[in-house]
Design a binder for this molecule. Structure first.
Ligand SMILES: [Zn+2]
Length: 69
């Protein structure tokens, strides 16, 4: 009986630690990425995937063209 309880305890411990380390990984990646808002369609995108024109950010080339019109 004790063996079963120890087994469940070990499984729970591994599950909890894996969840904790997983959350830390997500936090460290989100801290590096800056989210910017497209000034045409108000879509929030990472700055690495966005296009900057002066002080304005665009989510895609389509929005750059729309802003010029
Ligand atoms: Zn856009």
């Amino acid at each position: 009986m004790w063996q079963l309880i120890i087994l469940i305890a070990v499984i729970l411990l591994v599950y909890i630690t894996s969840r904790l380390t997983g959350n830390k990984r997500i936090e460290s990646t989100t801290n590096k990425i800056e989210i910017v808002k497209c000034c045409v369609c108000d879509l929030n995108t990472p700055s690495s995937e966005s296009i900057r024109k002066g002080e304005y950010w665009f989510c895609s080339e389509d929005c750059v063209v729309k802003n010029d019109i």
